[in-house]
Ligand binder design. Structure first.
Ligand code: TXA
Ligand code: MG
Length: 329
């Protein structure tokens, strides 16, 4: 058991950014917004801080973390970039893309943060608050999504407080995160492989690479024995309420997660209804996904029925998260 902490929350003004930097430099745990979701930051070079971070999240220690830095130059001190990696970094950084790369010799990131792998996940976020914190720290910051392990990722400071209040030092409130789903993860160890669909759609990546992306090895996404990207555990993004996908008919007492202008048959019987995007916009739907799932989860319905979401573009990411949220645990 760890002693409860007093978790302070402050708006992302200059004083709060300074406090966040000072806390990170002294081994504290600070949640802050990125363009994708809120991250729970710790000094990546401080093994003890990283250990406290795992404990605060309740995360299995085999699950490696993403090292966040302010720019490509800082990323090069952590990892080796081959041609594909350079192309992707040039095209999408800063932004919602994470690259899994061979660790550089002399990489200062604590072994615990990379779970003993010889690869490292690196990301340069674009959000102004994340940028100011990372530039202020001048060292890599590991930041998993700022939720308890297995819960839905947080897209507001209130979500972070609900999950991690009393377990972390500080939350920097920068408002709702604009993208709303986590970064796309591409491994550039050999051939570029899509490990996790995310905020950058597959076709944008393929255009930058000028060829199709390879899928992860078969069986990989469901494996729980140290899979390549352990966050891909089948039931990773899980509300407590069971989820029913591709619902075209709503049963009495179900909560409805809708998409588009036309509601599914029986929608009037739903206990509560939230629409990911009334105008059927996949970008808006991604931004609303986790907060709507949390809200419907709290509504106490017997089931959350989710209308079909198209699979193109960010729809691939949304459907990926929904299939994990629906998977039995
Ligand atoms: O958008 C995001 O990426 C957010 C924000 C806060 O930056 N972060 C995030 O972190 O989603 P997390 O820890 O929830 O997810 C990181 C994923 C996990 O699935 C982890 O297994 C995978 O990255 N990962 C980290 N290092 C890896 C490595 N060396 N090889 C393969 N997968 C790795
Ligand atoms: Mg996560």
């Amino acid at each position: 058991m760890t002693t409860p902490l007093v978790t302070r929350l402050a708006r992302a003004e200059a004083a709060a950014i300074d406090d966040a930097v000072r806390l990170l430099e002294t081994g504290g745990l600070v949640a802050f917004p990125t363009e994708t979701v809120y991250g729970l930051g710790a000094d990546a070079t401080n093994g003890e801080a990283v250990a406290r971070l795992y404990a605060a999240k309740g995360r299995p220690a085999f699950n490696p973390l993403i090292a966040h830095v302010a720019d490509i130059a800082a990323a090069r001190a952590l990892a080796r970039f081959h041609a594909d990696a350079v192309r992707l970094a040039d095209a999408f950084w800063p932004g919602p893309l994470t690259l899994v790369l061979p660790k550089a010799a002399g990489c200062p990131v604590a072994e615990l943060a990379t779970a003993g792998l010889d690869s490292i996940a690196v990301r340069v976020p674009h959000h102004a608050v994340a940028q100011r914190i990372l530039a202020g720290c001048g060292r890599p910051v590991v930041a998993p999504s700022a939720n308890r392990s297995g819960h839905v990722s947080p897209t507001t400071a209130a979500h972070v407080l609900a999950d991690l209040g009393g377990r972390i030092d500080f939350i920097v409130d920068g408002g709702p995160t604009p993208v709303g789903v986590e970064s796309t993860i591409i491994a550039c160890l050999g051939e570029a492989v899509l490990l996790r669909p995310g905020g950058v759609p597959r076709d944008a990546i393929e255009r930058a690479l000028r060829r199709p992306l390879a899928d992860p090895p078969a069986g990989f996404a469901g494996a729980d024995d140290a899979p390549l990207a352990p966050g891909m555990l089948a039931s990773h993004y899980a509300p407590r309420t069971p989820l029913r996908r591709d619902a075209d008919r709503i049963e009495a007492g179900e909560a409805l997660l809708a998409f588009g202008p036309k509601l599914a048959a029986g929608a009037e019987r739903a206990a509560s209804v939230l629409n990911l995007s009334e105008r059927g916009d996949l970008i808006e739907a991604a931004a609303n996904l986790f907060s709507h799932l949390r809200a419907l989860d709290a509504a106490g319905a017997k089931c959350i029925a989710v209308m079909p979401i198209p699979r193109e573009n960010l729809g691939e990411t949304i459907n990926d998260r929904l299939s994990r949220a629906a998977s039995p645990r």
